[in-house]
Ligand binder design. Structure first.
Ligand code: HEM
Length: 341
């Protein structure tokens, strides 16, 4: 009986499948006969788009018929992304070191993406600048709070050993970090503190680049000679940095802020600018300094595990006295720069 029933069911199912396919064919025919107006309009718009470029829309539609559906893993290049961590040693914590540097570089890219849009916005308003500063500050806050991954996340014994295998590479060579600086303020504000006043009116990108604060940081402890870390960095990016200094002279973040009408430079917007300055030049450098203090201490052997700089003197923000927007701070605030995180 059960068999009979299922045969009957199957027959019924077959019949309804036939009906369904007939229905579908009928629907397809009626769709072909009668496309909705909004679809027709879209096809016309597409046709105009392709015609404007001398292209035949039909070929593109044929391509669409055969194209695969986009997947998440292809879209974000997941396999490639997850294959980019290649430790130089067998210490498992080295992977953490690589990953966190990569995460930071991606955040730097997000920050640059905002600064570039501010720089190139032909009709910048206070509202747009505020919206972009809100994002920039949000990214930087993430970077500051997540730096604990570096401070507490690796075993010092492992760190000191794998770090030696990475010489003379150093985060000092992060070009995006330098690009954030050079697109935020006039290069004159990034000149080493002792020369800043003397070069306040300098415009030559080469002279400015040669006197940036980090050129001093990249000197050998003993001889004062350029470290290999610095030499290689300049060979790779020197030209690009000179171009950036030239191209951003009129459109760095502070120039764009000042290009707004006075009424648009509200207290709230000024506070956002100041927050960015503090995050970039005090809060992040202090978080970073804490990691150097944890792993490197003062032993000369530990110092060797770096790009060769006298980091105790170089890294503290109160020594660098780096301020993107000095005009937005009081003299007393500048005097205390780097002491309050
Ligand atoms: C345990 C973790 C870290 C330690 C011990 C450390 C140590 C150092 C030291 C000693 C310097 C001075 C230059 C040198 O001698 O190499 C330096 C510079 C630098 N590091 Fe790190 N670093 C760490 C993590 C990071 C991370 C995750 C980044 C993110 C990209 C980074 C970015 C930088 C930058 C941008 C500089 C240059 C700072 C400046 O010029 O003011 N560092 N680091």
């Amino acid at each position: 009986m059960a068999t009979d029933n299922s045969a009957a069911d199957n027959a019924a199912a077959g019949k309804s499948a036939d009906n369904a396919s007939a229905d579908q064919n009928g629907q397809a025919a009626s769709v072909r006969a009668e496309l909705p107006q909004d679809l027709i309009e879209r096809i016309h718009t597409l046709q105009e788009k392709y015609a404007a470029m001398g292209q035949d829309m039909r070929s593109y539609l044929d391509g669409l018929i055969h194209a695969d559906y986009l997947t998440y893993w292809d879209y974000v290049h997941l396999d490639t992304l997850l294959s980019l961590q290649n430790p130089r040693t067998a210490f498992p914590d080295e992977k953490i070191f690589i990953l966190y540097h990569q995460i930071t570089e991606l955040y730097f890219k997000l920050i640059l993406n905002e600064i570039e849009q501010v720089a190139d916005d032909p009709a910048l308003t206070g509202e747009t600048l505020s919206m972009r500063l809100k994002r920039i500050n949000n990214y930087f806050r993430h970077l500051v709070s997540s730096f604990s991954i570096m401070i507490d996340g690796m075993q010092p014994q492992q760190f000191l050993q794998f770090r030696m295998a990475l010489l003379p590479a150093s985060g000092f060579q992060s070009a995006q970090y330098r690009m954030i600086e050079l697109s935020s303020t006039a290069a004159n504000n990034l000149v080493v503190h002792a020369e800043r006043e003397r070069l306040s009116g300098e415009r030559d990108p080469k002279i400015l680049l040669d006197h940036l604060y980090w050129q001093w940081g990249g000197r050998e402890l003993s001889s004062g000679k350029k470290t290999l870390t610095l030499e290689q960095f300049l060979i790779k990016y020197g030209e690009e940095f000179r171009r950036l200094i030239r191209d951003y002279r009129q459109k760095h973040l502070y120039a764009r802020f000042m290009s707004l009408r006075e009424v648009e430079r509200t207290d709230a917007l000024t506070d956002q600018m100041r927050e960015f300055d503090h995050l970039a030049n005090v809060a992040w450098p202090i978080a970073h300094l804490k990691s150097a203090a944890r792993y490197l201490k003062k032993d000369p052997v530990d110092i060797a595990a770096t790009g060769g700089t006298n980091w105790q003197k170089y890294l503290p923000p109160k020594n660098q006295q780096l301020v993107f927007f000095p005009e937005l701070w009081t003299e007393a605030e500048i005097r205390e720069w780097g002491t309050i995180s």
